[in-house]
Design a protein around this ligand. Sequence first.
Ligand code: SF4
Ligand code: SF4
Length: 426
Amino acid sequence: MRPGKMRGGIRFSHPLDGLSSPFEDLPTPSVVTVALQQDRSGVCALRVKKNDVVLAGQIIGESPRPNGASIHAPISGVVTELIKAFQDFHGRMVPAVVIESDGAANPCEIPADTDPLAAVQQAGVVCFDHKTDPLAAKLEEARSRKVGTLIVNALDGEPLLSSRARLLLEQAEAIAAGIDALKKILDLGRVILTVDANAAEAIAAATRAFSGAVQILPLRNRYPQAVDYLLVQRALNVEIPYSLGVRITDIGALLVDVEAMAAVGRGQPVVERFISVATGKGHVKNLRVAIGTPIRAVLEHCRITPEPGGKILAGGPMTGTALSGLDQPVTKEFAGVFVQGRSEVVKLEEAVCIKCGRCVEVCPMRLMPFLISGFSEKGRLAEAAQHDLFACIECGCCTYLCPVRIPMVQFIQFAKGQLMAQRKGV
Ligand code: SF4
Ligand code: SF4
């Protein structure tokens, strides 16, 4: 099958250096801090009390939405603290549960006869992408819209992250089981796997596990092609008029990443993340980490000592969010950890646009970044919105290539935040 073309974007030279690095299990931490909001469905209702004894996989926070993702205890032990307002890495103030490990791995299973959609909901599976939607909610929507095409994505979202490709290599059978489970929920006529064309071993593992039932679509690396709309356009060779509000399900497709599919296939509550850890000098490790583990423990395991003046990002080098401290715990929303040294932190300063046009050429959403960012910077929010401010996916390509380093993404994010606040009447 022939993929559609992608306009703009950047081809990085060593995007998959980490593929050869097997997942290492981070030792179970003695204490975890589990935030009660880890996706877009809102804050979960607390289901434990202080001093309760919990099993690994037991629900400790129940989603406010019927098809939302609940939150489970990542380890077995005792609830030692309930934090009312914990500042997560997005800056949101959310409740959190602190659990001290009992040193044993006492698991709590989901009954085998559970309805497939309910099993996904009870397992707390989310789409581990930049939007972090609960998977059960997406499946419910896909079922109501009679979606017939499933796209399973094994492309990593950013350069230097390789956990999806590695997961495909190590857990192709669990991913195949996850696809089978989704076939019981949706009437799927077609399943496509998108994977980096350079991930030969992962492609071979998928070919063995899927035995012809899945169309494998290798794609040459081009950041940010793993973003949902761009990827579906490439995989199906169609145009999706994003700015008109057309949804992926409107064209009969559903996009799910391999980590979510593997979680469905394993049939266990989501209590861990598969992440890559990288530094400005290159890829370091792929790790399996219990949710709630402090970043400090992740860095210690990788023997990384952060530099004063450097940055630790939740995510990758292009769109990662700077962490305020090393006590921040891993959540379902972490795609990886990127550590920048002091000399690698790019200083974005006030500068004047020289009208070189590079940002326009590289923008995968066919926007005029210099114009949108210029309006945003000057507070001319209505004009920024008229130029499709909200179609920007904040990929950072424009800022990355701008020769005078104008912080376009920051201006755009600021303008979006202002307009959203105005719409909510804040
Ligand atoms: S950050 Fe937005 S404006 Fe800049 S290249 Fe990406 S999509 Fe285009
Ligand atoms: S890349 Fe920078 S200098 Fe060039 S047009 Fe865009 S904003 Fe202006």
